[in-house]
Ligand binder design. Structure first.
Ligand SMILES: NC(=O)c1ccc[n+]([C@@H]2O[C@H](COP(=O)([O-])OP(=O)(O)OC[C@H]3O[C@@H](n4cnc5c(N)ncnc54)[C@H](O)[C@@H]3O)[C@@H](O)[C@H]2O)c1
Length: 292
């Protein structure tokens, strides 16, 4: 069994939702918990709740799109708990929905900066601190089923989550050499406040366009789907279970397996057709390079 006891996990966006669920599950395993979050009021509540449960916890107000705030988060974590063993890149926003021509430049920037650059900054800042003590550890990136197959009218969100899956696959092989286990969590719908992500939109990313009737209708539809989603408490426990089993891909919705199967079948069939193209005859039997 994996021994998480007395080790320290840093969780971005940990004040509520999936991040807080992971914090509670890891805290129950005896880990020290550091929560980084943009929402000070929710953060205070989360730290108080963990402390009440007997979990050593620290909250740091920070924005994942700001590398210098990741530096401060790392420093405060080390000052309080001595070293860091796990990073959970969880903070994310559900913005940027609509048709391809509707998604505003600011929406793209907001979603890319939080969901993608936030993961990059966090990993670049904290992985050196995990490597430093030589005991190994864990990197858990929170992607989505949207990282496994394209979701219509959610191009920006899908782009970031697909990137997070891809980066996790790259880092899995790289960080294995340092005894750092990489996992990527890919949930379908979970009952959280993700559909109210506007509450966390920083002033730099305010929209240039007015909300349309179509935006409002889509938001209402999303609200109903998320409200019907998996209970959030299960997600943290599932993460502990799957990380303990050394899983790279962590799924919470086995019923979505067919979505991935359909995608891979379409890709596989496209490869088969490519193999019959007279244009490509010279590469069919060539050795594969760059993927190990
Ligand atoms: N809820 C779902 O259905 C679902 C499905 C798949 C993936 N996810 C992913 O799970 C992760 C967590 O989402 P959730 O559903 O718990 O949503 P949530 O809105 O309930 O929680 C998100 C947390 O991130 C924080 N946050 C937002 N922007 C931030 C920033 N710039 N810097 C620091 N903290 C920030 C929020 O304050 C909040 O505490 C996200 O990456 C999301 O994309 C959610």
């Amino acid at each position: 069994m994996t021994d998480f006891r007395d080790k320290t996990a840093v969780i971005s966006g940990g004040a509520e939702g999936i991040g807080f669920s992971i914090a509670q599950a890891l805290g129950a395993q005896g880990m020290n918990i550091v929560l980084g979050d943009i929402d000070p009021a929710q953060l205070d509540k989360a730290v108080a709740s963990l402390t009440e449960q007997g979990v050593p916890a620290l909250g740091v107000v920070m924005d994942v799109t700001r590398p210098e705030q990741w530096q401060q988060l790392g420093q405060r974590s080390v000052d309080r708990f001595g070293s860091i063993h796990m990073l959970v890149n969880n903070a994310g926003v559900g913005g940027g929905t609509g048709t391809v021509e509707q998604i505003d430049e600011r929406d793209w920037r907001w979603v890319l900066d939080v969901n993608l650059m936030g993961v990059i900054y966090g990993t670049q800042t904290l992985i050196p601190l995990i490597k430093q003590h030589g005991e190994g550890g864990w990197l858990i990136n929170v992607a989505s089923m949207a990282g496994m197959a394209g979701v219509p009218y959610a191009g920006a969100y899908t782009a970031t989550k697909t990137a997070v899956v891809g980066m996790s696959e790259s880092w899995f092989a790289e960080l294995q050499l340092h005894n750092i286990q990489v996992s990527v969590l890919c949930p379908a719908f979970v009952k959280t406040r993700i559909n109210l992500s506007e509450r966390n939109r920083q002033s730099d990313y305010q929209r240039q366009q007015q909300e349309t009737e179509q935006d409002v209708a889509m938001a209402a539809r999303m609200q109903a789907i998320v409200d019907n989603g998996l209970a959030v408490d299960v997600v943290g426990q599932r993460v502990v279970e799957a990380v303990g089993q050394g899983e790279l891909y962590i799924f919470t919705h086995p019923n979505y397996r067919q979505v991935v199967q359909q995608r891979y079948q379409a890709i596989d069939e496209a490869f088969a057709r490519a193999a019959y193209s007279p244009l490509l005859a010279s590469v069919v039997d060539e050795e594969i390079v760059g993927f190990t």
